[in-house]
Design a protein around this ligand. Structure first.
Ligand code: FES
Length: 238
């Protein structure tokens, strides 16, 4: 495997050719903010939160889709990048509405996490009223609240790439763009298997765990063997 030499935030690194700048930075312990990116999924480059400055480039570039090249010099934080990220987060929050329904797992809301990290107050910036019905799908397992969807596409890629299913897609254009199941049907009509991959990869809780939203998350760790087999996958149910 051939290696390339790059500099990220003053750190000299030697990384494999073909790696992205985001992956190289992570390997060096540098966190670049992301929303549409997930390490298990193909990069999408849609949200632009991960933009970085590259010496010699005329514009900032999305690090999640940018391959490293020999001699590259990258800056991941600067006043201009900070302003750019704050603008992106404000725009995302302007169409985001959180009515307060969420599972208490607390690990879905990456949007609010990054907003706070860039000194933004999600509550004061988010849309005042919902645009879509809350809990809009009748399936028994997945809570659907499109008011919290930021169109990152992680649910679509998780369904297709992790599970080999094609339940989720996009419909409409521009401001009206939204995720839809199948041909704008219910999830079960679109042949959803209720595997929960879309929930696990959703960064905002637009897709959430319906029983957990309704009943609240369990407050203790349980190791169990379920009724489907005798192997015992030992999921941590917490
Ligand atoms: Fe790179 Fe969204 S995380 S563009």
């Amino acid at each position: 495997m051939s290696m390339v030499k790059i500099i990220i935030d003053g750190k000299k690194l030697e990384v494999p050719e073909g790696m992205t700048v985001l992956e190289a930075a992570a390997q060096a312990g540098i966190t670049i903010p992301t929303l549409c990116y997930h390490k298990d999924l193909s990069p999408h480059g849609g949200c632009r939160l991960c933009v970085v400055e590259v010496k010699g480039a005329r514009t900032s570039l999305a690090s999640c889709t940018l391959p490293v090249s020999d001699g590259m010099e990258v800056t991941t934080e600067s006043p201009a990048l900070r302003e750019s990220r704050r603008t992106i987060l404000q725009l995302l929050l302007s169409t985001y509405h959180d009515a307060g329904y969420a599972s208490k797992d607390g690990h879905f809301n990456e949007l609010e996490h990054w907003a706070r990290a860039y000194d933004l107050d999600p509550a004061s910036l988010m849309a005042r009223a919902p645009r879509y019905p809350i809990n809009s799908d009748p399936n028994p397992f997945v809570w659907v609240d499109l008011n919290k969807c930021i169109l990152c596409g992680r649910c679509i890629r998780a369904c297709a790439e992790v599970q080999g299913r094609f339940v989720w897609g996009l419909s409409e254009r521009g401001y009206d763009t939204r995720i839809v199941a199948g041909m704008d049907e219910t999830m079960l009509e679109a042949r959803c298997e209720s595997c929960g991959a879309c929930v696990a990869y959703c960064p905002t809780g637009a897709l959430d765990n319906k029983p957990s939203v309704s009943a609240g998350a369990p407050d203790k760790v349980v190791t169990t063997t379920c009724a489907y087999c005798g192997v015992g996958c030992q999921f941590d149910l917490h």
